[in-house]
Design a protein around this ligand. Sequence first.
Ligand code: SF4
Length: 367
Amino acid sequence: GIPTAPPPVLNPRRKSRKIQVGKVAVGGDAPVSVQSMTTTLTSDVNATLQQIAELTAAGCDIVRVACPSQDDAEALPAIARKSGIPVIADIHFQPKYVFAAIDAGCAAVRVNPGNIRQFDDKVGEIARAAKAAGTSIRIGVNAGSLDKRLLEKYGKATPEALVESAVWEASLFEEHDFHDFKISVKHNDPVVMVRAYELLAQRGDWPLHLGVTEAGPAFQGTIKSAVAFGHLLGQGIGDTIRVSLSAPPVEEVKVGIQILQSLNLRPRKLEIVSCPSCGRAQVDVYTLAEQVTAGLEGMEVPLRVAVMGCVVNGPGEAREADLGVASGNGKGQIFVKGEVVKTVPESKIVETLIEEAMRIAEEMGDD
Ligand code: SF4
């Protein structure tokens, strides 16, 4: 077929250094990756690997596991070895677990230097061990665990305080000629968080991991993350993202992928263009859109499917879509590439759309 130009993005990507998190590159020209974190006890190897498999199937690129105890540290080798995607160990407080995670073959370690006691003394050792093993680091500055000194200086976790902490912690590694790290400066307020990343982006070429921390339950957390990430990624800032939700981690991955797709930072796959419904609707659009979405979940080809409540805008939207339905009079007009290919009773709309979608997908796959 005719080669198509890549879809437009809002702004060019900020030039960041590229690092490796295992097999996944982060920064530079590497695609923005999606991360999540397991909610199982890390010491429960089977449950953790099961959840990692679910995350992988949902499209997660990198997974983080908490490591608060010796039992968790001992589970890391098996998890790192059997996970299909790179594993980052999340360490607070105890440097000994940082070394355990590096020895375990974790792709990266997230440390919050503000939290690691006597961290200063350990930085050189951590840098040497990480370099020898090819392990990268995330410096995870977090509003909730900001250095006391900075809290006193700024009064609270302001963007400037988060950035000062990050730049200082980065310098601790850089003094030891260690550069394989990315940085996050998370805050639960999207406005503070956005400002912090904007400031940090001007201070160096570190790859940046975006996150709104403690973003809340799914609805609120999705919106906070979408607004904040949209603002930053729209300016080209951000190399890897994690949506934090008080919800199952697979939901975080779905939201993360959808944010990247919305910004054309990742190819769109299935896209349902459904109308909001109005007084003209002659069919239950919400249910129809949900059933079609569920029926087509997991489609690997880019497909725009229009689900329209009436024939007013139906044909117009359907022309722009690969496939669509406009309903009226208890029937559905099925459109393929803007042409009505058949009219079916309302009860057959969902199955007909799914059939047609599969047929189109097969044709696309054959190209
Ligand atoms: Fe209303 Fe029809 Fe538009 Fe849906 S497509 S919002 S039912 S006018």
